[in-house]
Design a protein around this ligand. Structure first.
Ligand SMILES: NC(=O)C1=CN([C@@H]2O[C@H](COP(=O)(O)OP(=O)(O)OC[C@H]3O[C@@H](n4cnc5c(N)ncnc54)[C@H](OP(=O)(O)O)[C@@H]3O)[C@@H](O)[C@H]2O)C=CC1
Ligand SMILES: O=C1O[C@H](COP(=O)(O)O)[C@@H](O)[C@H](O)[C@H]1O
Length: 567
């Protein structure tokens, strides 16, 4: 497929700091509720009495100026934020959370007065925690001169408290240390539950009772999985709500923090050319594709209890689908957006067994290297039939999307690592050029692709004439490749989400009714797969997955877009 090199005009869109220096400014991300000030710092956008946004003081300035925070908590004398990473010794904390906190600090996005605490059962001193964290911190934006300086300053703000997860004494001791650091300022506290789900409630019970802020806010970021089905998810919600209000619970789905997922609504609602096409009238099908080129290595213990449908489809892909298909929200406020997402989820049909294909990777040798089968992973129970791959056809029974298949495909140990949204448009009716296109008219339809990762891009496949005296048609891409358009790092999803949680911005977090609606779509089929012990179709490690996925798509006259194109 030839790339035409047609691009969006540099510097032509957007106002604000990004547009002023699109290629030179360091990246400071701003949500719709944040804007850049003259110095490029993120500032909260408050609404004035007439509803128009006005740039308020940044968090840092709020603490100094003593203006009220979003929660209405007075911040005279300054406020402070303490972020406690519960499960600090674990994989996610080391890989994502501490590096994201450092990146926010590096970019001056954290409030002036902040403290980071690690909490876990492992015995560690503050110094040992700092050593552990320092191994994963990078000055990834650019190697600015003050990098090691900044790292040192950040590490000095990191402390550790060892304790059991169900121990009120442990969290009381944490509370005592937090108070020391808060030094009389108004304490705001964020707890990140980076722990296995079976101990979520223990931690929330102990921490909320003994380590809640006395007169600031207290928030808990809860990691997935949020249960295994409707029942267990409902039970988890009820248990959490014994100790917390919904306002305090930030259910994270890190795919919502990815740059291209954020851009989905911008693309749709701020470009006249897309929104009118966004319905069954013009769209043939929508594909949501996730693939990883590695297996469950090391996480088999967790994964085997969940499988790919719960791990990726019911949350990450479904959240993207809801954003893709929702009606225009009344505003960009969290509740308005989440209201629209819930409506879409509640309009969806329960997934049926005949609309699902499951697979599991088997061992494979390639280039002298042997890749183990899923069941040969020592952390996976032998004979497991847990799917590591699934494809599904979903439907939204509303006026906009009636009859349009939304196909999902997610798999581990496939040939490539990729996440993308593909929108295949209908044929041009009575196409004047049909004779020049060839026999396969479906191949010549427009396709819009949002590549979430890697190499973030938005491209649109169009038909054009091959230059010359003849009349031959070609398919080309109008390609917005982020790395060419923006010479700056894209922030990690966890940075955006942590900053949002600190600022009380809930737009990218999952509300409990969204979660209920999401589980209602998948629970019956998950139960049936398990009750009937449906055997997954085996596929070799590193392949494109089971053939069954193609038959499923063919049932709805769909061809997977990622197969015909490897751009
Ligand atoms: N890792 C990842 O890439 C992702 C993880 N998640 C979610 O984030 C959360 C944390 O994941 P991850 O860091 O991988 O988890 P880990 O298995 O690394 O656990 C985190 C910490 O919890 C403690 N812990 C582990 N198992 C138990 C147990 N059975 N009982 C009590 N404590 C235990 C350990 O700390 P100690 O022994 O010191 O107390 C461990 O360091 C999970 O909910 C996971 O589903 C979500 C997306 C991706
Ligand atoms: O939530 C999860 O996501 C990761 C993939 O995240 P990405 O940001 O690296 O694409 C996946 O590997 C993991 O199984 C799942 O639990």
């Amino acid at each position: 497929m030839a790339a035409t090199g047609l691009r969006f005009r540099p510097g032509a869109i957007y106002s604000g700091a990004h547009a002023a220096h699109p290629r030179t400014k360091p990246y400071h991300h701003c949500s719709p509720q944040r804007m850049h000030d003259a110095r490029g710092r993120c500032r909260l956008v408050a609404k004035s009495a007439n509803g128009r946004p006005q740039i308020s003081a940044s968090f840092r300035d709020v603490a100094i100026d003593g203006a009220p925070s979003e929660d209405g908590v007075p911040e005279q004398g300054g406020a402070t934020v303490s972020i406690t990473v519960v499960g600090a010794s674990g994989d996610l904390a080391k890989k994502k959370i501490f590096p994201a906190l450092f990146a926010l600090f590096y970019e001056d996005c954290l409030p002036e007065h902040f403290t980071v605490f690690g909490y876990a059962r492992s015995k560690m001193s503050d110094e040992e925690l700092r050593n552990m964290i320092s191994l994963t911190l990078t000055c990834r934006i650019d190697q600015r001169e003050n990098c090691s300086d900044k790292m040192e300053k950040f590490l000095k703000r990191c402390f550790y408290q060892s304790g059991q997860y169900n121990s009120e004494e442990g969290f009381s001791e944490l509370d005592r240390k937090l108070k020391e650091k808060e030094a009389g300022k108004i304490p705001n506290r964020l707890f990140y539950l980076s722990i296995p789900p079976n101990i979520f409630v223990d931690v929330v019970r102990s921490a909320s009772r003994t380590a809640s802020s006395s007169d600031g806010w207290t928030r808990f970021i809860v990691e997935k999985p949020f249960g295994r089905d409707s029942e267990s998810s409902g039970e988890l919600t009820r248990s959490l709500k014994k100790y917390l209000s919904e306002e305090q619970i930030f259910r994270i789905d890190h795919y919502l923090g990815k740059e291209l997922v954020e851009n989905l609504s911008v693309l749709r609602f701020s470009n006249l050319v897309f929104e009118p096409l966004w319905s069954r009238n013009y769209i043939r099908n929508v594909q949501l594709i996730f693939s990883e080129d590695f297996g469950t290595e090391g996480r088999g213990g967790y994964f085997d209890n969940y499988g790919i449908i719960r791990d990726i489809m019911q949350n990450h892909l479904l959240q993207i689908l809801a954003l893709f298909a929702m009606e225009t929200p009344v505003s960009l406020d969290a509740e308005d957006i989440r209201n629209e997402k819930v409506k879409v989820l509640r309009s969806m049909r329960q997934l049926k067994l005949e609309d699902v294909v499951v697979g599991q990777y088997k061992g494979h040798s390639k280039g002298g290297k042997t890749y183990l089968a899923y069941v040969d992973d020592p952390t996976v129970p032998s004979g497991s039939i847990t799917p590591t791959f699934a494809a599904a056809a979903l439907f939204i029974d509303n006026a906009r999307w009636d009859g349009v298949p939304f196909l999902m495909k997610a798999g581990k140990a496939l040939h490539t690592r990729r996440a993308e949204i593909r929108v295949q448009f209908r044929r041009v009716p009575g196409n004047l050029y049909r004779r020049n296109i060839g026999t396969d008219l479906d191949m010549a339809t427009n396709e819009l692709v949002l590549r979430v990762q890697p190499d973030e891009a938005i491209y649109l496949k169009i038909n054009n004439k091959v230059p010359g005296l003849g009349m031959r048609l070609d398919s080309s891409d109008l390609n917005l490749l982020y790395s060419e358009r923006y010479h700056r790092e894209i922030p990690d999803a966890y940075e955006r989400l942590l900053l949002d949680a600190i600022e009380g911005e809930r737009r990218l977090f999952i509300r409990s009714d969204e979660l209920d609606a999401a589980w209602a779509i998948f629970t019956p089929v998950l139960r049936e797969l398990e009750d009937k012990k449906v055997a997954p179709e085996l596929y070799p490690y590193g392949s494109r997955g089971p053939v069954g996925a193609h038959y499923l798509a063919a049932n709805y006259n769909v061809r997977w877009g990622d197969i015909s194109s490897d751009t």
